[in-house]
Ligand binder design. Sequence first.
Ligand SMILES: [Zn+2]
Ligand SMILES: [Zn+2]
Length: 323
Amino acid sequence: MEKLKLDELICLTAWSTAWIDGRKDDSKASDDEKNIIRAMRAFFKMDLNRFNKAVEKFKTISEHVVELEDKDPITKIMARYSALKVAFKENEDGADKSNLSDKEWKFIQTIDDTINIKIVYDDIKDLAYKLVDEICAPEFLIDNELLELIDFEKESGILFERIIKPLLLKFFSSLEQKKLYDIWEENYFLLVQYKPELQDMYGQMDLKAFDQRYKELKPLISKLIKERNANEKQLAKQNIEAERIKTHEYSVSNGIHYCRYCGGDEKWRKFDCKRELGHKYTLRRVKNKFGPDFSFQPVCNNCGDIRHYCEPDNENNFTCKAR
Ligand SMILES: [Zn+2]
Ligand SMILES: [Zn+2]
């Protein structure tokens, strides 16, 4: 399926929120809520035809949310906070989750889980709402001059400098403060990747400040990623080793199965091997405790311990004395 454009993705997310039942009554998508999306469409120059085509791509109203996952930070923030603006619109008592219906809250949580930047919400909240308020301004629907002014601000890069850049600076500095450098890098790359499309939506964007910061952070990021990879490798190695020493290695001789490290027979397969005790068994002919007979039993080459393979495992944990 053809991917949605970024502005379509944002509008659809807000639109889905409008069609999820609110708490106070079961009326769906009030005019106020719809106007938020209409204003956004005016800002993004998205005519009804393009919007309807985007809507028609999906079977259910919220199916498109998965597409938010690998998007740039501006799109993720716009999608979440415009959805919140719509959700809170029907009861304007304030931006508190207790004002949302369960269904609305669940939908917001789905967005949160998809965009995965919860950690910065507290820091970016004010600037995020400022951006959303600017783009979802219902005045766009009645005041053409206001739209023209915004168009001018887009072309000249003023909109970016005034609203978007401060938000992005806050977003990235929040990640930096929390030492989440890999998420920093990932979102910086996404910002650069989507820059052409973002510029179509919001006008000129000068990302020099972010390019510069990335250059400064890059050695640190590479070092941290290297360290983390090394740690993960080390941990994987330890896990494999821990698993290995728990596994029996059976030999068979004279029809007798025994583990070369714990002397246990097949019956002990369900228990962990006691390899750490240090014995090394081979099958030898030994004299039976009682009577004159001899039989074959696993005997430790190092300490001479005789494992009676038909007896319980080495539960007293006798370590190999030769060690
Ligand atoms: Zn064993
Ligand atoms: Zn031994």
